[in-house]
Write a protein that binds this ligand. Structure first.
Ligand code: FNR
Length: 327
């Protein structure tokens, strides 16, 4: 039941499969004799220096994967020199996660209760989170058929979304809010000075609106195929979004990234960095903090290797002409 929760997607899982299949259709057109020497994968986002452009996507319920929970993931991400985005549906308190690792960003589903939303943001900020990732692809829950079949509705006894505790200590449920609009993101600005990223952008018109509304970053995502089944593969959506944003703010992408060559293609098509979800969950389940660290380091080493073979010293040298659609 829990493995299905981690692996599954919405509906027929077309988008889940599509995210992977889209990378399969793309090929790298390498450059030669570029004398790259050692590659340099260091990446700076919102003033934080990272050793890799591969970040940890926000995912729920890490205690279902490993007894170390989100703290183990944070430890692994920190050891790999990258950011972990803590899910609002984390099963450990953000303070405990921050004590185990960092840098952290915090993912938010804005709640209908604005005062409670503000309190959660303040709490994440006080715990040391350096950016806020607002997930906007979830006005309602995706229909995940594996979870429906398995009747997976609640966490087991003893586990809870620890960052949803209100002033009385009661744990609130994470609500999806179909009344969410750009006005509410503007209000978040009044609550926090942290950089604000919107996660779940696929249409270039929304990328334009994000920039116009002063967002600090855009994450091209279809929630790993868990929300709208039939949504476009993220790597297919990325070029138009990147072109619209025009380097005014960082553009990140997630969904289906499993190899360094996938990262290379995403960076070439306009991403400043990528995030990985399920690979981290699988590594956490199999090997705890060390497993997460190794998986992230492997992806980065794989990217480094691919960049050497494609003739790029730095991520910024990866350009769209290095990618072609397979015949
Ligand atoms: C997610 N994702 C997610 N996103 C988010 O904004 N808040 C969340 O709480 C979660 N929870 C979550 C749980 C699980 C089990 C998965 C697999 C995913 C989506 C996640 O951030 C990311 O968009 C995708 O996981 C990226 O796709 P890949 O890398 O899993 O293919």
């Amino acid at each position: 039941m829990h493995a299905d929760f981690f692996a599954g997607g919405a509906g027929e899982e077309r988008t889940l499969r599509g995210n992977l299949a889209a990378y399969d259709r793309l090929r790298i057109v390498p450059r030669v004799l570029r004398a790259t020497g050692e590659r340099d994968l260091r990446t700076t986002l919102f003033g934080t220096g990272l050793s890799t452009p591969v970040l940890v996507a926000p995912t729920a319920f890490h205690l279902l994967a490993h007894p170390g929970g989100e703290a183990a993931t944070a430890e692994g991400a920190a050891a790999a020199g990258t950011v972990m985005v803590v899910s609002m549906a984390a099963t450990q308190p953000v303070e405990a996660i921050a004590a185990a690792g960092g840098p952290l960003w915090f993912q938010l589903y804005p709640q209908p209760d604005l005062a409670f939303t503000a309190a959660v943001v303040k709490r994440a900020e006080a715990a040391g989170c350096r950016a806020l990732v607002v997930t906007v692809d979830s006005p309602v829950f995706g229909r995940r058929e594996r979870d429906l079949r398995n009747r997976f509705t609640d966490l087991p006894d003893g586990l809870a979304c620890e960052n949803m505790r209100d002033a009385t200590g009661r744990v609130r449920t994470v609500e999806m809010d179909a009344t969410l609009g750009w006005d509410r993101l503007a209000r978040l600005r009044e609550v926090t000075g942290l950089p604000l990223l919107v996660k779940g952008i696929l249409h270039p018109a929304d990328a334009r609106l994000a920039v116009e509304h002063g967002m600090d970053g855009v994450i091209v995502s279809n929630h790993g195929g868990r929300q709208l089944d039939g949504a476009i593969a993220t790597i297919d959506a990325l070029p138009a979004v990147a072109e619209t944003v025009g380097r005014r703010v960082p553009v990140l992408v997630d969904g289906g990234i499993r190899r360094g060559t996938d990262v290379l293609i995403a960076l070439a098509l306009g991403a400043d960095a990528v995030l990985v979800g399920r690979p981290v969950l699988e590594a956490l389940a199999a090997g705890g903090a060390r497993g997460v660290q190794r998986r992230l380091e492997r992806l980065t080493a794989d990217l480094d290797h691919a960049m050497a073979l494609a003739g790029a010293k730095r991520p910024a040298e990866l350009t769209p002409d290095l990618v072609a659609v397979a015949g």
